[in-house]
Each structure stands twice: as C-alpha cells, then as structure tokens.
Design a binder for this molecule. Structure first.
Ligand code: ZN
Length: 295
C-alpha cells in the first residue's frame, strides 16, 4: 500500500480518518462503471482544506493495469448519461470561444464523442485506457481515440479549444499532474469541462459510506470548494461550479441503492413486470459540473 497526501495542501497536510478501509485485495474492481460493491480504501479528510480522499491506496501502476484490462459494459442507463452530458454541454458551450478541436478524456466507446460531432466542432478526439471500451468503439471513431491514459506527448501543446471529462476526475491518482497536462493541451482561453460526484451532495451525506460515491476506484472525492481550489492551484480561472440534476432509470436506482440483494431482486422484478424499469427520474443528488478557462 502507498500513502498519498492532499493534492491541494501538499506533503505537510494532516488528516483525520472518516471511514476505515473496507475491501478484499483479490476482488478489486477498477472500471468506468460498475454495480456498487461498497468497497473503499481508508477514507480520510484533510484538516486544512477539507478534501476527502483515499489513503493509503494500492500503487498507481496496479490501478492503471486494472483500468486497461477492464471491460466496457453496455447498460440502459448510458442513454440517460449521454442525454445529461449533452444537456449540460449545451448550457455551458457559450464559454467556448471557438469550436475547433474538442478532447474527451475517458471517452469509453465514444458514446459522447459520437453525439458531440454534430455540435459544430471541426475535430473531436478521445483518450481511453480500457482496451475493451476502445474495441467497442465504432470503426469510424477508433482513429480519433487514443487507447492510453492521459500523458504528455500524445497531442501537441495548445491544441484544443475544449477538454471534457465525465465521471473521471474522482478516479485520478495524481490530480495536479492530470490538470497540468490538460492545461498544456488547451489553447490559451480554452475551456475545461468536468462532471463528477460532489461528496457534499445529498446521497453521500445521507447514506455515508454506503453511497456509491465512496468506491474503491474514487481516489479523491471533491466538493465545490475543493474543486475550485485544485483548479486555481493549477492556473485555471473558474467560470462556474454548481450541482446538476441527472436522469436515473428506476431500475438503475434500485441497482445502486444499498439494500439487501434479495430485496433488490424483488423490487427490480416488480419494476420489470409493471414495465416501470425504464422510467426515468431527474434528480440533483450526487453530481456537480465545473467549467474553467486556461488563462
Ligand atoms: Zn488539503
């Protein structure tokens, strides 16, 4: 196991323990999306800035290996996710001065890239470490997706007008390094757009570590205050940080809730029989959006 420190406050930071570790080393799952298994590393909180993060964790190279091997799972909830990301993107696109090149980090099989092409960008690009997700991408998108993790040297500097990442930033082991590379790839005045969990939102506040927010793969758990701090630390000017509503299929809600398995099965069967499984609710319970500009 490896000790890490608060990426906002640095090595001198002191922390308090929020939750003791809860995991089995042989069944660690690092994937983009999964059914909650309620496993997490020890969760601590920085006493200075309040950032919630996992510490200690397994080595970063082991985590990256698990992401590379992970499989992409098609699920009905994906439709809702695309609609939500596009909806948020539409509301925020006025911050983007020029629709030249867009990059999505952690693009899975390109489900968002495929839709965003129609929004007038000259070029769209993706980065995705999972081999399975990359292989699942339509062939016309594959030559626009780099099957690797974010690193320097994949693209020229000052190349993109917009860089997006959805449900990715929680998973990043070295957030300062990640943001520095995004900064390099963005043109001056270019826009970063991120959607992910807010650890101070309704679900994690009420369900505590039974919420799917507390997951073995979520290394850093941001809120609006700590997100602003990490963006500003890395030279970005924050345009907007706020909570957002997402659509949830009833079947997905049942799958994510911390209920006994037999009870979940019963409820999901009931939803299926009554044809309510695919009905969606729009709720602001766990996510936030951040938009920031390269100065
Ligand atoms: Zn801190």
């Amino acid at each position: 196991m490896v000790n890490i420190h608060c990426p906002i406050c640095g090595e001198k930071n002191k922390f308090k323990v929020r939750f003791s570790e809860k995991f089995e080393i042989e069944s660690l799952e690092f994937v983009g999306r999964k059914t909650p298994d309620h496993m997490h590393f020890r969760v601590v909180q920085c006493v200075d800035c309040g950032l919630v993060y996992s510490n200690p964790i397994i080595p970063e190279n082991k985590i990256m290996q698990l992401y590379r091997q992970s499989q992409f799972i098609e699920e009905p909830q994906l439709k809702n996710m695309v609609a939500d990301y596009l909806g948020q993107f539409e509301k925020m696109q006025h911050f983007i001065h020029e629709k030249g090149r867009l990059l999505e980090i952690g693009c899975a099989d390109g489900f968002f890239l495929n839709k965003i092409k129609k929004y007038g960008f000259k070029e769209v690009w993706g980065i995705e470490p999972s081999r399975g997700a990359y292989n699942n991408a339509p062939s016309f998108l594959q030559n626009r997706i780099k099957n690797t993790e974010l690193k320097e040297g994949i693209f020229p500097g000052e190349y993109f007008d917009a860089v997006c990442f959805f449900q990715v930033f929680d998973h990043i082991v070295k957030p300062n390094q990640f943001l520095q590379i995004v900064y390099q790839y963005l043109k001056k005045g270019g826009i970063l757009l991120a959607i992910h969990h807010d650890i101070k939102s309704f679900l994690p506040m009420v369900l505590r570590d039974k919420a799917s927010t507390y997951d073995i793969s979520h290394i850093h758990l941001w809120d609006k205050k700590t997100m602003r701090k990490i963006l500003e630390k890395n030279g970005f000017e924050v345009c907007c940080i706020k909570n957002i509503a997402n659509r949830y299929q009833l079947d997905h809600v049942m799958r994510m809730l911390p209920l006994p398995i037999f009870f979940k099965k019963l409820l999901r069967t009931f939803l299926k029989l009554t044809k309510l499984s695919n009905v969606s609710l729009k709720l602001s319970v766990e996510n936030m959006i951040s938009v920031a500009r390269k100065k």
